[in-house]
Every structure is written in C-alpha cells, then in structure tokens.
Design a protein around this ligand. Structure first.
Ligand code: ADE
Length: 243
C-alpha cells in the first residue's frame, strides 16, 4: 500500500504517521506514505493557494489549480488513475467495512481541505470518494486522513504482530470486544473475574463471547443486527431479555 497525502500541513501528516505502529510498518517497508505540500504548486507569486468565494460569503476557498497540480505530480508517476479520497464532513461516514475495502487498493491519494472548502471544479475532476470520520467539523482534513490511514494500515499483512491481530477486534464481527484484565489479580479491592484464572479455555472463550454480546447489546444494539450470531448466542441474548 502506498499512501499519498495532498495537504497544506505535510508535517502534521508526517509526524502523526511516523509514530507508533504505522511508523514501524513504514520502516519495515510494509507500506509507504508521502505528504505533498499543495503550497508547492501555488500559481501565485505570493505562494497563495486560496481566494475569496465567488458570490460572496465568509472565509476563503482553496483554488482548483494548485490542488490539481499537486494531484498530477502523484498521478503522473502511476500507471493507472489512483483512487482519490476527499476528507469532508459531507462525505460518507467512515467505518470498518470501508477500511477493509480500501485496504485492497495499491495506491490511495488523500486530499485534505482547509478554509471553507475547495473549488468544486477540481473535486469533480479528481475525487472518487468523499469521506467523513463523523458528524462533527474539524479545522482540516489532516486528522481524518491520519485516522483512515491508521485504520487501513493495521489490516495490511505483517503490520500487526500476531498478538495484536486485527482478527479479534471490536467490529470484526460486528460485536464489541470483551473486557481485558492484567496483573495484579486484585487492584484497589477490585478482583479479576475468577473464570479468567481458571485455566479452562473453553469456559474462558464462552465467557468472553457472552461479555461481547452483553456489551454490544448495551452500548451498540445497532451493530447486533449485522452480527453473525450462533444458536447459542441467540439463546444467551434471549435469556438476557428475560432478566
Ligand atoms: N474535515 C472537517 N471535518 C471533517 C470530518 N468530520 N471528516 C472528514 N473531513 C473533515
């Protein structure tokens, strides 16, 4: 996977991505990331990349040409037209299913906007998907791009160690994760659930599955409708209803 990020704040992208697991994955050559500064493609002698909106109104709009040239500087090096994701609160709300789908691409371009938005004409020309990370408004698309790249990266082969495996995460099965405990056995009077100390793997797995079901039902009942439930799961949930 090769990520290309078109942004006015390349340091924010580099600093964010070079840290922790995504940084380790880059160092190992499992993926690559480049941040392209849109300002380097300014067509204005003062290096400006924004201008007043036609029709008036507050704020400034990012101009089409610098964005297009920044895009072309990447696309011209690639064999086929890369998929371009525009970070915008007006886009489709990102989720784990989208992360899984995007993880199958070879190249991805992230376009990060600032100010009041980007001239619509360049969006029409280059953008394939408009993506939001939730119903709130941020100052720019950089944090959303980092969020989405992070969610994709951890699904790529070799990025997580076995023990960090993505397979057992929240949302993997449309179920939330069960609670985790580590040493000490008793912390400030609170004990670890005894079943986890029993060494009985079958019972531990059963307990964890039930905890996942309880959590999902309590916190995210909307997910349960899409979860793959076994007969035993359904029986357990029905029993919860009776309580
Ligand atoms: N840009 C500003 N807010 C955003 C959001 N919630 N998602 C994606 N891009 C954004």
């Amino acid at each position: 996977m090769n990520f290309h990020v078109l942004t006015l704040f390349p340091d924010m992208i580099r600093d964010g991505f070079q840290t922790s697991i995504t940084g380790r994955a880059m160092a190992k050559g499992l993926l690559s990331m480049e941040a392209i500064n849109i300002r380097d493609f300014s067509v204005n002698k003062h290096n400006r990349v924004d201008d007043y909106p036609y029709g008036g109104g507050a704020g400034m709009v990012m101009q089409a040409e610098p964005v297009y040239l920044a895009y072309e500087s990447v696309a011209s090096r690639l064999e086929k037209k890369p998929r371009v994701l525009y970070m915008s609160p007006q886009g489709k709300v990102f989720n784990q299913r989208m992360a899984e789908e995007l993880a199958r691409e070879e190249e991805l371009i992230f376009l990060c906007g600032h100010y009041e938005g980007i001239d619509e004409r360049v969006l029409e020309e280059i953008v394939d998907d408009e993506v939001s990370i939730g119903d709130y408004v941020l100052t720019g698309g950089e944090l959303p791009a980092l969020v989405i790249m992070d969610a994709i990266s951890r699904l790529l082969d070799g990025v997580l160690h076995n023990e960090e495996s993505a397979e057992f995460d929240s949302f993997h099965d449309n179920l939330l994760e069960y609670p985790q405990y580590s040493r000490p056995e008793e912390w400030r009077g609170k004990k670890v659930p005894p079943i986890l100390l029993s060494g009985h793997h079958v019972n531990v797995e059963k307990w964890r599955r039930e905890q996942s079901l309880i959590r999902t039902k309590e916190r995210r009942p909307d997910l349960l409708e899409h979860a793959q439930l076994t007969k035993n799961d359904k029986k357990f949930l029905a029993k919860l209803e009776e309580l």
